[in-house]
Design a protein around this ligand. Structure first.
Ligand code: UFG
Length: 334
């Protein structure tokens, strides 16, 4: 039986497909290649190009494949874009989840692992953030993902479709051999932007604000390696295969690093000066986001291998140096 990965050509999706295959799973991938890259998909996976909102297309994939469970990554995920184009996010993310669950229900597929986000919590009331904390998103991206969690809950109640929602904190790094990595256009995330400066592609990093209530005034985030994150999806799948109930888990390291600390770590790893200037705050940035991740460790048995941001940055730098232009497949680079 196969595992269907929707969004398997994206950054986290492609690393998860790779880990599934390394663990002996039979994998089918659906991706519309709007932000994903065909070259990122492990060649041992069967690839279907199409959109998760296209029910006829999805039905044809479910008819062809003998699907045991689904891992769903296919979504837009740029917070500032979601502020400007909220309907694009509700249409693709939330709308896509509705078609997917309908098709799963029609084909009697009862397991889904879903990529949720720390953005569903909004401005945290306490640090570290627990799964039971209030979910009050401050942007349409987080709201679209929270709606997806709720839609899955009611589909469980009505149809018995069991889900695991994995709420990611800040994901970074690349596969150790540098064969797959992060490639967004435009890039908005801190680690790849810092490495674009290190490689001379950008002149400098602008740090968005140093007047936050944090030890050095810059935002604090919780970084987790993409392969550790990928492995959590396999554990979540096993959790559902064992007949457990639907649940949500934070995925983070439970350690916070400030933007300045990340810059210093990248300077050490790359040996490059990496010029940086201080800019104004970016709208919607919470001051500090750190996960309580003991639930994933205890219940799923998750043991992240990377506990040092230097090591995480090292793998991202390896990818950057071996793929200065990313995947270089212009179709995905719209
Ligand atoms: N930052 C800069 N300069 C840059 C880019 C980022 O200072 O050029 C800062 C941001 O202000 C923030 C930190 O680096 O303080 C991390 O920013 P990212 O954009 O890399 O990541 P976010 O924390 O904003 O977002 C991540 C995920 C989102 C998710 C969010 C949860 O990428 O998908 O966490 O809040 F919604």
């Amino acid at each position: 039986m196969a595992i269907l990965v929707l969004g398997g050509a994206g950054y986290i999706g492609s690393h998860t497909v790779d880990r599934l295959i390394a663990n002996g799973y039979d994998v089918a991938v659906v991706d519309n290649l709007v932000t994903g890259h065909k070259a990122a998909i492990n060649k041992k996976a069967r690839f279907y190009e199409g959109d998760v909102r296209d029910k006829q297309f999805l039905n044809s994939v479910f008819d062809k494949e003998n699907i045991e469970g689904v891992i769903h990554f296919a979504a837009f995920s740029v917070v500032p874009e979601s502020m400007a184009k909220p309907l694009k996010y509700f249409d693709n993310n939330t709308g896509g989840m509705i078609s997917l669950l309908e098709v799963m229900h029609e084909h009697d597929v009862k397991k889904i692992v879903f990529s949720s986000t720390a953005a569903t919590y909004g401005e945290p009331k306490q640090i570290p953030i627990k799964e039971t904390d209030p979910q009050v998103p401050t942007n349409p991206y987080g709201e679209s993902k929270l709606a997806m969690e709720k839609i899955m809950h009611w589909s469980d109640v009505a149809y018995g479709i069991k889900f695991v929602a994995l709420r990611y904190f800040n994901v970074a790094g690349a596969k150790a051999d540098g064969s797959i990595g992060e490639d967004h256009h435009p890039e908005t995330h801190l680690v790849p932007i810092i490495l674009q400066v290190a490689s001379g592609e950008r002149d400098e990093l602008t740090i968005f604000g140093d007047d936050y209530d944090t030890p050095d005034g810059t935002n604090v985030r919780d970084y987790v390696h993409v392969v550790d994150l990928a492995d959590a999806h396999i554990l979540a799948l096993k959790y559902l295969q064992a007949g457990n109930d639907s649940d949500a888990f934070n995925l983070g390291s439970s350690t916070g690093f400030s933007n300045k600390q990340m810059l210093d770590a990248a300077r050490e790893v790359t040996g490059k000066p990496i010029p940086a200037t201080m800019g104004p705050r970016r709208a919607g940035d919470p001051s500090t986001l750190i996960a309580a991740s003991d639930k994933a460790r205890k219940v799923l048995g998750w043991k992240p291998q990377f506990d040092d941001v230097h090591e995480i940055i090292k793998t991202a730098w390896n990818w950057k140096q071996t793929h200065p232009k990313g995947y270089d497949d212009r179709k995905g680079n719209k």
